[in-house]
Ligand binder design. Structure first.
Ligand SMILES: *Cc1c(COP(=O)(O)O)cnc(C)c1O
Length: 363
């Protein structure tokens, strides 16, 4: 008897995953190397005892959304929260992409944008960045044309290059999306590491591009909460209504709502961790500049580099020395590239020692 066959879009896909290799120093998925604050843990432990576990959670997650709204100076009707920003992106694409619609990405960029678009049957339009992975306002203007685009992704700082897009580039993308009747999704998973955010373009609900731009954020990286699976976006109320209609009922569990709300009370702690990571990032960048490799200056918590020797061999040698980085070699435009996440000072020392030794510059 024939086995059930998935839709062709699904069988054609490679699974998106990062190898979970068990080594002492894991610098491959851009997580924070630091624990969230102990006080937060105590708060949510107490909260777990107060929850009404027999009841469905607040479907509208209104306390969490209120707090996020205050944080960004917008109305709560403009916030949508979900299980990680990946679910935010998936829900956006369920509403605005899918069969008969297209999704524009600027490669190399975050692989999940095109991956989710394909799982939903959308056409993916991959536009190549310049050789140095930058993108100018003119490049964007040429790619986002009226009548030709449904959804456009920008990622700033961009994973995996680390490059922060300029205000001018994102501004042109927003204007072009507005003219084209398209949705621009600015993925700001690393926003707190950057010195500006596209939120400023849409904070005012009456801004000319506010109906066409969505900015997504996550608790996974800067908030040290990858295990919590919580992300959100700021969008127009009309877009949020679509997202609420498409997402499963009660998708955000009560504990997660409480834990996210509690985390927002520890903003100072988050900023201290971000500052520590930025200073470590600058230290490893300076050290790597002296090695035989090309690197891209990063505005996030990772550094992309291309060693002069074959990257796959170097990746293996680093694993043998107990250090896991990301091999980006199979991603569009990234042949020969590896990406290292900034870890603790000790982990970064271990990485730099191993890298120097592998590249023949060990002491
Ligand atoms: C890590 C990452 C995310 C992640 O998402 P969560 O689902 O919130 O963990 C989204 N976008 C980019 C660009 C990322 O690097």
């Amino acid at each position: 008897m024939p086995a059930p066959s998935p839709r062709p879009q699904i069988s054609a896909l490679e699974r998106y995953h990062s190898p979970q290799v068990d080594v002492p120093v894991r610098l491959n998925t851009n997580e924070s190397p630091f624990d969230p604050p102990a006080a937060w843990l105590a708060e949510i432990a107490a909260e777990a005892g107060n929850l009404r576990w027999n009841r469905y959670p607040d479907r509208s997650a209104h306390r969490l959304r209120e707090a996020l709204a205050v944080r960004h100076g917008v109305e709560a009707s403009r916030i949508f929260a979900a299980n990680g920003s990946n679910e935010v992106l998936q829900t956006l694409l369920m509403c605005f992409a899918g069969p008969g619609r297209n999704v524009t990405v600027f490669e190399p960029t975050y692989q999940l944008h095109s991956h989710i678009a394909r799982t939903l049957g959308s056409e993916v339009i991959a536009v190549a960045r310049r050789e140095d992975f930058t993108l100018t306002p003119d490049d964007v203007r040429a790619a986002v044309r009226p009548g030709a685009c449904d959804v456009v992704f920008m990622c700033s700082p961009n994973n995996p290059t680390g490059i922060c897009e300029s205000r001018a580039t994102v501004r042109v993308a927003a204007e072009a999306a507005a003219e084209a009747g398209a949705l621009l999704v600015v993925d700001e998973a690393y926003a707190e590491f950057a010195d500006w955010s596209a939120m400023e373009m849409i904070a005012d609900a009456g801004a000319d591009v506010a109906a066409n731009v969505v900015v997504s954020r996550t608790f996974s990286k800067t908030w040290s909460l990858a295990a919590l699976r919580l992300g959100y976006c700021v969008a127009s109320p009309a877009v949020v209504e679509c997202l609420e209609a498409a997402v499963l009922p009660y998708h955000l569990d009560a504990f997660k709502q409480a834990a996210g709300l509690a985390a927002l009370g520890h903003d100072d702690d988050m900023r201290r961790r971000v500052a520590a990571i930025v200073s470590e990032r600058d230290r490893i960048t300076a050290a790597m500049t002296r090695l035989p490799l090309r690197l891209w200056a990063s505005g996030a918590n990772f550094v992309l580099f291309r060693p002069e020797i074959p990257a796959a061999g170097l990746w293996r040698e680093l694993v043998d020395r107990g250090i896991l980085v990301r091999d980006c070699g199979s991603w569009p435009g990234l042949a020969g590239c590896l990406r290292v996440t900034v870890g603790t000072p000790e982990e970064n020392d271990a990485f730099l020692d191993a890298l120097s030794a592998c590249l023949g510059r060990g002491q």
